[in-house]
Design a protein around this ligand. Structure first.
Ligand code: IFM
Length: 444
């Protein structure tokens, strides 16, 4: 069980869990259009075991059971994402009414169970038709995202507690266009520089379009890594600082200061940026109501002079690791929450993702310890002045972990992918005890 009490976090603090459409829904039916993850995962070699999200957790059909798990666990909120290709199969133009009906049922199901809907517009399942036009490399994506955002808001906006534009723009841009690990799988500096700007320009354009419609409580979800030098040598500390620029400051400086970090432009992106990007920075930095903070781990970096672009490399660290191979470093969460509130913004912060992959099973003491330590980091950051208003565990269910397929399990609830049976893990019980005082699941 956790060592913290619910009351420690403050009266209005929100606890929830998070998921994403492609990772859990399946249900590639009823008029849903193709997404970049359908073709990327169908391409041999891109995902572990050739796994795809075709069925995933069958949440498209089993959502009532999944919402019951949230309600029974005492969670206040559920962070989910809309599937753009389910709503607008070609990305622009004709709507798929069956897709709109699905999210009507899902959102009403949350409200009936007294669960606040926290929505994300884009969690990586880009309609393939938009990729055919260049996807995030095409500046027009700002208008495509804004139009889609307005359609979503018109139908669902009055029932949403909060809306985020993009989940983890670093992954959308760098991981997917520079490192080639996620769809569309590019390894190209120009593609990455353009995507890195367009993802934030599209975010700001969508926020402005939503505001014009009267939408409230709008934000973005950024992911953060605590970047540290592999040694205390000045070149390694400089390498860590540059990675901090690539991973953290690009997004923080863009969204809150309206400029990109000079070191990241100078050491890589500068010559490849879209012409006149500076003129977009007021849109990129349009004011927000809240910021989502996703945090999992730290990274150790050393200088690598053999690389002409971004001359650094990651090295293996000595700390205990999760099944993803990620070091467990709760201090990093305290550090990033404190840093954001001291250096960037006073808007409310919400930890929108935090959690760990663990070996299969429902007895998961390491996950309980991970959550306990990171909840402690939230409390420590609050004490140091960070205005943290909520915490969402990743994830409600074991699910499709992108390039890692189904091999990596982040769920508070175990999913048997043969039968789709859900079984709450001990970590779910720990949250339930924290949130309700009860120590036995009614669901198991
Ligand atoms: O599963 C992902 C999620 O989609 C985005 N944030 C990180 C999680 C774990 O890798």
């Amino acid at each position: 069980m956790f060592t913290h009490k619910r009351a420690d976090f403050g009266d209005d603090f929100i606890f929830g869990t998070a998921t994403a459409s492609y990772q859990i829904e399946g249900g590639q039916t009823d008029g849903r259009g193709p997404s970049i993850w359908d073709s990327f995962s169908a391409t041999p070699g891109n995902t572990h075991n050739g796994d795809t999200g075709r069925v995933a957790c069958d949440h498209y059909n089993r959502w009532p059971e999944d919402l019951d798990l949230l309600a029974d666990g005492g969670f206040d909120a559920y962070r989910f994402s809309f599937s753009w290709p389910r709503l607008i199969p070609e990305g622009t133009g004709a709507r798929n009414e069956k897709g709109f009906d699905f999210y009507d049922r899902l959102i009403d199901g949350m409200l009936e169970r007294n669960i606040k809907p926290y929505a994300t517009l884009y969690h990586w399942d880009l309609p393939s038709a938009l990729q055919d036009k260049g996807g995030w490399m095409n500046r027009d994506i700002a208008g495509w995202l804004a139009d889609y955002a307005v359609e979503v808001n018109k139908r669902f906006g009055d029932r949403l507690a909060a809306t985020a534009t993009i989940n983890e723009p670093w992954c959308v841009a760098f991981l997917s266009h520079m490192l080639g690990v996620h769809a569309p799988g590019y390894r190209d500096l120009r593609a990455a520089a353009r995507a890195s700007h367009h993802v934030l320009f599209a975010h700001g354009t969508a926020i402005n379009a939503l505001r014009a419609e009267g939408a409230k409580n709008l934000g973005i979800v950024l992911n953060f890594e605590s970047a540290q030098g592999a040694t205390g040598k000045s070149e390694d500390l400089a390498a860590a600082h540059l990675w901090d620029g690539i991973f953290n400051r690009w997004y923080l400086d863009g969204v809150f200061k309206g400029q990109y970090p000079a070191d990241v432009l100078e050491k890589g992106f500068g010559p490849y940026m879209p012409e006149g990007f500076e003129d977009d920075m007021a849109t990129v930095s349009t004011p927000l109501d809240w910021l989502g903070v996703n945090y999992y781990t730290r990274g150790l970096y050393e200088a690598d002079a053999t690389r002409t672009i971004f001359p650094l490399k990651k090295v293996d660290g000595p700390l205990e690791k999760t099944e993803m191979g990620w070091e467990i470093f709760p201090e990093g969460l305290e550090e990033i929450l404190t840093r954001i509130s001291a250096d960037y913004t006073g808007i409310p912060l919400i930890v929108t993702e935090n959690g760990m992959a663990e070996i299969e099973g429902t007895d998961d003491p390491r996950r309980i310890a991970y959550y306990d330590a990171h909840l402690g980091a939230v409390l420590a950051a609050q004490k140091r002045g960070a205005d943290v208003r909520g915490y969402f565990g990743w994830s409600l269910l074991d699910n499709f972990e992108w390039a890692e397929g189904y091999a990596k399990r982040f769920g508070l609830v175990h999913v048997d992918y043969e039968t789709q049976k859900r079984t709450p893990k001990k970590s779910y019980e720990a949250f339930k005890t924290l949130l309700t005082g009860a120590n036995q699941s009614q669901v198991a």
